[in-house]
Design a protein around this ligand. Structure first.
Ligand code: GAL
Length: 732
């Protein structure tokens, strides 16, 4: 049976209302599999998140997924990009969900629509709009009326949108499955009765939307009928659904892992991934979704975490740039082909398991109609063994499964990878970045223009509502000459406690130091000597959010920004606590307010020209340059290695946050590496976690493309370059 055969089945399915139906379009399930239009199916699926690429890339990505042997494309729905403010919706461009699904449909593939609306996904605020936090009386993901009302409203809206476009399979469309909530199990346990009540409400609410296709809840052992509970993980062969009449589904088979600034880059060898998939199928699993099949890019400020990188490459079979990653892609393609050859046997028989040795087993699926498929496994991690099965000998490499679609001939072994690894390279483009100019975020004017002044320190999100990553906290201190003199020439020490995520300290307009949290420990304390003068000193603290948390119990209550205390030590009279004095606040940067990033706003300030400006490191600086699009069709990226930390835009579109300097920009250490056990390894230690930043081709015009960079710490802008990604022997 062909791997990607969605279209093949569609011809058997008609709407009832046409009156000439052969089989009603339907998706149901039993303990063996999903049943699509009357047929049990073994399905391979891959996550491709529509806002993490561009509409121009979608068709190619989906075609590659189809060619790789997938039947289903899986995506979350990203509430916060669709409803940026209550009741204002955006389904355009990268957010055109209907268009994305229609492209999948046209390719003859199915869709699993994971509505959530909580999605986790290393996405800002787990997909929730930040305004949701400010709905009176709200408490996220629990038995709370304001939350449930908002969640139901958005879920209904999406379902209705799909129905209007006839996108559910029951209407002849491609959507065969939808998800409500996301990995609620652990949360539910922590919330007790309220968690259970919310979870059962969510399941019922979803079921009552009558989509005509099943709902799943991943990592939720208590999912009530008819909702199917599913598994997420590196391995899922231990997993069984909570009722014997539900199919065994793996909604997230992690193909690699995400990266956070300061951490390593993770890789998952395809031998291990293929082994995990074959183990799941031989146990009776019938749907596997790769999370991710194409990870893509967290453009703009969509990355969550905090500290999730702009790249969401994930070591997926299709890389961030849309290029095929070998040998991962082909090896999985072969795996899919081999398993599809077994499909009839797999869906019609239960496996009998025979021991072939202490580490070796045979799983045999033998149907009444004569189909026979066998999976021969060797769980030993190091030793190849020879086993005898049906009187024939088979050599099984360590940690591997051989697939025999006729119970005789091996067509595939998970550990035997035919192809060489092909490493993608970043090559120069010869494109020159021209007409560099800079503009300095003048902090003294920030002081004067600041929006408001209050006594004490405010939580960051309450002030910014996430309209910007940046919030200025500004105050001043009077220091008498005797205080400084008495101290004997040593600078006093400033201590600033922050709830997250990054901080730059400016004293009288000069960068005095920086401090950062990490993804695991967002809180941190800046401690540094500060050069105070006699008289009035301006203390300006730039607090930066680096993506809002995307999971964790009641993450809506987690704080960001400088909550204090802020204390000066080492003055003549000892310490001075500044926490409760007057602080002025300014949301965002001047350049943001003036829309410097866009071709229309660019002329609102006086830029400074001259080559020296791009050769000198200085903090809080905007840079702009122009460039022509390079010829060819290879994917493009900016090499930001010479810079520190900030954000970058092209023709007004945000490429995302970059961070290549200091402790958080570079990976400081790897815990383990090398082998494909356990599950993933780490590379890139000592290097910037992310050096290259994807520039979608479709964002460029032939000439005069505007590059704008905002640098926080200091970098050499003249060394930024445009590179192209190429994989030897692979065309984009
Ligand atoms: C899962 C979650 C996904 C994603 C993944 C890690 O637990 O469901 O949304 O966050 O972890 O990439």
């Amino acid at each position: 049976m062909e791997a990607s055969s969605a279209s093949k089945w569609v011809i058997f399915c008609m709407f009832l209302n046409l009156g000439i139906q052969l089989i009603q379009c339907s998706v149901t399930y039993d303990r063996k599999a999903l049943i699509i239009n009357g047929q049990r199916r073994i399905l391979f699926s891959g996550s491709i998140h529509y806002p993490r690429s561009t509409p121009e890339m979608w068709k190619g990505l989906i075609q590659k997924a189809k060619d790789g042997g997938l039947d289903v494309i899986d995506t979350y729905v990203f509430w916060n990009v669709h409803e940026p403010s209550p009741g204002n919706y955006d389904f355009e461009g990268r957010y055109d969900l209907v268009q994305f699904i229609k492209i999948v449909q046209k390719a003859g593939l199915y869709v699993n629509l994971r509505i959530g609306p909580f999605i986790c996904a290393e996405w800002n605020f787990g997909g929730f709009p930040v305004w949701l936090k400010y709905v009176p009386g709200i408490s996220f993901r629990t038995d709370n009326e304001p939350f449930k009302m908002a969640m139901q409203g958005f879920t209904q809206k999406i379902v209705q949108m799909m129905k209007n476009e006839k996108l559910f399979e029951s209407q002849g469309g491609p959507i065969i499955l939808s998800q409500i909530e996301n990995e609620y199990g652990p949360e539910s346990k922590a919330y007790g009765a309220a968690g259970y009540a919310y979870m059962t409400w969510a399941a019922k609410m979803a079921a009552e939307l009558h989509t005509g296709v099943p709902w799943v809840m991943c990592k939720e052992d208590d999912a009530p009928d008819p909702v199917i509970n599913t598994c997420n993980g590196f391995y899922c062969d231990y997993f069984s659904p909570n009722k014997p009449y539900k199919p065994t589904i793996w909604t997230e088979a992690w193909s690699g892992w995400f990266a956070d600034f300061g951490g390593p880059v993770h890789q998952r060898p395809v031998e291990d991934l293929a082994f995990a998939i074959a183990r799941f199928i031989q146990k009776g699993g019938s749907l596997v979704n790769y999370y991710m099949y194409h990870g893509g890019t967290n453009f703009g400020r969509t990355a969550g975490g905090p500290f999730i990188t702009t790249s969401y490459d994930y070591d997926a079979p299709i890389d961030e740039y849309g290029l095929i990653r070998q040998p991962k892609y082909d090896h999985l393609k072969e795996l899919h082909r081999a398993i599809k050859l077994c499909e009839q046997a797999l869906v019609s028989a239960d496996p009998t398991v025979n021991s072939l040795g202490s580490y070796e087993q045979a799983h045999v699926f033998s149907s009444k109609s004569g189909d026979c498929a066998a999976f021969l496994s060797n769980y030993h991690m190091d030793v190849t063994t020879r086993v005898t099965f049906n009187k024939l000998h088979y050599d099984l490499p360590p940690w591997s499964i051989s697939i025999l679609p006729d119970c005789k001939n091996v067509v595939f072994n998970t550990a035997r990878v035919g192809l060489q690894t092909t490493r993608a390279q970043m090559l120069p483009t010869n494109v020159e970045l021209l007409s560099w100019e800079t503009f300095n975020e003048d902090i003294s004017s920030v002081d004067k223009d600041s929006k408001f002044t209050v006594a004490g320190l405010l939580e960051q999100l309450n002030v910014t509502r996430d309209t910007s990553d940046y919030l200025w906290y500004m105050t001043s201190v009077e220091i008498s000459p005797s205080e400084l003199f008495l101290h004997g020439g040593q600078h006093p020490t400033l201590s600033v406690q922050s709830a997250g995520h990054a901080l730059h300290v400016f004293i009288n307009g000069h960068l005095s130091g920086s401090a950062f949290g990490t993804r695991e420990t967002r809180r941190f304390t800046f401690t540094g000597n500060v050069n105070l003068k006699a008289g009035t000193n301006r203390i300006s603290l730039l607090s930066i959010a680096v993506g809002l948390p995307n999971n964790g119990p009641h993450f809506e209550t987690w704080n960001t920004g400088i909550l204090g205390p802020v204390v000066l030590y080492g003055l003549a009279q000892g310490k001075r606590d500044l926490s409760w004095q007057k602080w002025s606040y300014q949301v965002g940067l001047k350049g943001e307010a003036m829309n410097l990033v866009s071709p229309s706003g660019i002329s609102s300030v006086d830029w400074m020209g001259g080559s020296f400006v791009t050769h000198k490191k200085q903090p809080l600086t905007w840079y702009k340059a122009y460039f022509a699009a390079p010829e060819g069709d290879e994917p493009l990226a900016l090499d930001m290695d010479s810079m520190g930390k900030g954000q970058v835009w092209i023709n007004g579109q945000s490429i995302g946050r970059y961070w290549t300097a200091n402790a958080n920009g570079k990976c400081s250490g790897c815990n383990y590496s090398g082998t494909f056990r356990p599950t993933k390894c780490q590379v890139g230690c000592g290097q910037p976690t992310q050096r290259w930043y994807h520039v979608p081709r479709s964002w460029l015009k032939p000439t005069r493309n505007l590059l704008v960079v905002f640098e926080e710490i200091g970098g050499i802008a003249s060394k930024i370059s445009l590179v192209k990604r190429s994989v030897p022997g692979v065309h984009s």
